[in-house]
Design a protein around this ligand. Structure first.
Ligand code: ZN
Length: 415
């Protein structure tokens, strides 16, 4: 292990647009962030296109790029990543789906995609789902695991399966669930779609009267009476960061998808109590876990989802306050990091402008602070300031190469 270490802080969806209605500033721009400002002033700042200018990536696609894997080659759907994040080792040929526990009415119209943001009872429901036998298909087994809150993973095991099938989840409330359709002409895609439709229909039948749901209805809560699969995926063929760079990596994240990408990239997953992936996450606990992880890892990736949650809510002030919480947590741990040997990199996996309430193709702010890095001299870490920064504009794939280089892990090309 090299003496030099790096802490990579990824604030999900932190990047934003500079809109006139918010006085030409962004949530990061107005947030009080003394620690980020100090790091930005003493380091490189710039903009980064997580994938490419104008490309709107999901967190899984973007995190793949930030870890140095070209997603146009390595991305094989969300399901495989979610499964890896839940600690499931997918085998080649198996197809995994992200699933929501959802609430539908008798006509299979979605009342609530997140089943009242169900927290408890999903493990019991998962057990019931695992007993489903898809109709008319021989030699196929299914597995189902509850992951975080209303989310789960469905895995199809057997021969002749394909990830080229569409979502059942309509991604909206008030509309009917969709039929899973094959996305190409292969018999594997047709077979997989038929299997998924059979599982979804059966899930509604067995879940609506499940004791967990009867209790929920009694308490005035929405029942988790169906699973809605989406994002079919297989295992991406990554070489690990250890194989590529001899780098020992830790990942601190609550979101299964991000954990999955990191785990497949060879990172050790560090679980932190109270890390929820929500606005109420344990910001300080995660930051302190990163300090500890850096003791025996070259690189620690610390992912915070809350910025993206506030962004999807379209709440400018809430997003700014989440950024302030991240800043405050980093401020607490900074004295415990050796500034002579530790790089601190802060960025986002993509932009989620509050005005859009969804991911956009805007570049994200980036700072790299540490030994041997020139000072930008900016007084504030913000989209406005970094767009005039000393790092210029990078591609997401550049980031891991730059980190590897600073850590003394980059291979020399040529003589
Ligand atoms: Zn998002």
């Amino acid at each position: 292990m090299s003496l030099r270490k790096a802490l990579l802080v990824v604030c999900d969806g932190m990047g934003d647009r500079v809109e006139r209605e918010y006085g030409g500033e962004t949530p990061l721009g107005i947030a009080k962030t003394p620690t980020l400002d100090r790091l930005a002033a003493s380091g490189y700042v710039g903009l980064m296109d997580p994938v490419s200018p104008g490309i709107r990536p999901g967190s899984d696609y973007a995190t793949t790029a930030l870890l140095g894997y070209d997603p146009s080659i390595y991305y094989t759907g969300r399901g495989g990543l979610e499964a890896a994040g839940a600690g499931i080792d997918l085998k080649p040929g198996e197809v995994a789906f992200r699933c929501n526990f959802s609430t539908v009415d008798d006509s299979l119209t979605v009342i609530d995609r997140r089943a009242g943001r169900i927290e408890k009872g999903t493990t019991d429901l998962a057990e019931t789902i695992r007993e489903i036998k898809p109709r008319g298909v021989k030699g196929l087994r299914i597995d189902f695991r509850a992951t975080v809150a209303h989310r789960g993973v469905l895995i199809l095991k057997g021969k002749g399966l394909s990830r080229m099938v569409s979502d059942v989840d309509p991604h909206d409330n008030g509309v009917k669930i969709l039929r899973c359709e094959p996305l190409d002409d292969s018999s594997a895609a047709k077979r997989t779609a038929a299997v998924v439709n059979s599982i979804v229909t059966q899930s509604f039948r067995i879940m609506r009267d499940h004791p967990v749901n009867l209790a929920r209805v009694k308490e005035g809560k929405r029942p988790a009476n169906i699973i809605l699969p989406r994002g079919a995926g297989t295992l991406p063929g990554f070489k690990t960061l250890h194989e590529l760079y001899d780098m020992k990596v830790a990942c601190i994240a609550a979101v299964a998808l991000v954990k999955g990408v990191c785990r497949i990239a060879g990172a050790e997953l560090v679980n932190v109590e109270g890390a929820t992936g929500g606005l109420d996450t344990n910001y300080e606990g995660k930051a302190w876990a990163a300090v500890k992880a850096l003791e025996n890892h070259d690189l620690t990736l610390l992912h915070v989802k809350a910025t993206d949650v506030a962004s999807h809510d379209g709440d400018f002030q809430k997003k700014a306050s989440v950024i302030e919480k991240i800043d405050s947590a980093l401020g607490k741990i900074m004295p415990s990091l050796n500034s002579e040997s530790t790089y601190v990199i802060v960025t986002a996996d993509h932009s989620t402008p509050v005005s859009v309430r969804d991911h956009s193709g805007n570049p994200v702010p980036l700072l790299i602070s540490g030994p041997g890095v020139p000072s930008s001299g900016v007084s504030k870490f913000s989209e406005n300031a970094v767009s005039r920064g000393n790092l210029g504009r990078l591609h997401g794939l550049d980031l891991m190469r730059i980190i590897a280089d600073y850590l003394g892990k980059a291979k020399k090309l040529g003589f």
